[in-house]
Design a protein around this ligand. Structure first.
Ligand SMILES: O=C(O)C(=O)C[C@]1(C(=O)O)C=C[C@@H](O)C=C1
Length: 361
């Protein structure tokens, strides 16, 4: 049956708009290329990625959006346009905790868009090393989960690394039970990252009580094994299911429906203020009564909101701790600069891990 006249008319208007959009996107790409030439001529380095500028653009897209597409959806489209524009300037290499199909890969692509070159590595430590060596411009590593708390490997690595935090990514985590088999009854062994096993504990106790649970380095690795071996399953993402050709025996098996993981973008670049930023610090002092109070009170005094506090063994002295603190604001904000000067006088060790834009998408 022929398409109606009305349908043809609407499609003609869509075609005309697509043509305009395509011209406008290319015009934008040409301008982005010019910004790269200016930055390079001014000796601002070969890395043209500007986290603060991207965050400002994405926030503006969301603020002015009128629908029917949602602000987040529109921001994701602009995220990809900027990613393609940047790829014309510098092909960014992003190292992440792999293998392919991990949530860290999804976080890296959410933050940088799909026009970057991703480099999967098998351990958090390797991601830090690759960025420290300059082989990758940035790295993406998990830092905390809303159900299970801190990723201690990442925190501990900041004690010795010269890298800065250049950004954060938040990702809703959905876990699926994946296998080559068609039924749960055929599954005798289960692979997943230790944190994932913990995030699905109640579901596993109810549905796979007798099954051996084997922690592995990542959910991507778990899915890879489930693709190679019979009578086993993995807990991993939908992307891992696609990559390793597995069946979903059960979907969304995480115990907490709001399960979210926060990732950090690490690099060697100090990021300029974007207008809505966070700053991360590492601080410690000799154990004494009131130490933590003394370290935190300058923040309260200067009206700085703390979004996170985590303690870890200092690894220098028994029962001495370092505190990882996230606050709102940028290090160039005068109240934060003053508060940190006071804090520094009271601490034996203070390291600024970086100021960076709050996650936008
Ligand atoms: O404004 C710049 O400095 C650009 O390089 C352009 C642009 C963009 O596409 O808008 C591209 C990459 C940067 O990360 C930020 C913005």
């Amino acid at each position: 049956m022929d398409d109606s006249h009305q349908l043809q008319e609407i499609r003609a208007r869509i075609d005309a708009l697509d043509e305009q959009l395509q011209c406008l996107i290319n015009e934008r790409a040409e301008l982005a290329r010019q910004t790269a030439q200016i930055k390079q001529a001014a000796g601002l380095g070969e890395n043209c990625f500007r986290p603060e500028r991207e965050a400002e653009i994405l926030r503006r897209v969301i603020a002015r959006n009128q629908g029917p597409l949602s602000g987040q959806e529109m921001a994701r489209l602009f995220r990809e346009i900027m990613s393609a524009c940047l790829a014309l300037e510098t092909p960014l290499v992003i190292a992440y905790l792999g293998p392919e199909g991990t949530f860290t890969e999804a976080a890296a692509l959410k933050h940088f868009g799909h026009s970057v070159k991703t480099q999967p590595l098998m351990a958090i430590d390797e991601v830090f090393r690759e960025v420290e060596a300059g082989t990758a411009y940035y790295g993406v590593v998990p830092v905390e989960n809303s159900t299970e708390g801190a990723v201690t490997h990442t925190l501990d690595r900041f004690l010795v690394s010269p890298l800065q935090i250049c950004g954060e990514v938040e990702l809703r985590i959905h876990h699926h039970l994946l296998s080559r088999n068609q039924t749960i009854a055929e599954v005798n062994r289960l692979y997943a990252h230790q944190q994932t096993l913990a995030q699905c504990r109640e579901w596993l106790d109810a549905h796979l009580a007798g099954c051996e649970r084997i922690p592995v380095s990542s959910n991507g690795e778990a899915a890879r094994r489930a693709g190679d071996e019979s009578d086993c399953a993995a807990i991993a993402s939908d992307r891992a299911r696609e990559i390793y050709g597995l069946h979903a025996l059960a979907t969304n098996i995480e115990d907490e429906p709001g399960n979210t993981t926060r990732f950090l973008v690490i690099g060697s670049q100090a990021v300029v203020a974007s207008g809505n930023d966070k700053t991360s610090l590492l601080v410690s002092g000799p154990n004494r009564s009131g130490l933590l109070y003394d370290l935190l009170s300058p923040l309260a005094e200067y009206g700085i909101s703390m979004t996170r506090l985590e303690s870890r063994p200092s690894r220098r002295q028994l029962w001495e701790y370092v505190f990882f603190i996230d606050v709102e604001g940028h290090i160039d904000d005068s109240n934060l600069t003053t508060a940190l000067a006071t804090l520094k006088e009271r601490a034996s060790f203070l390291k600024l891990l970086g100021s960076y834009p709050r996650a936008v998408i």
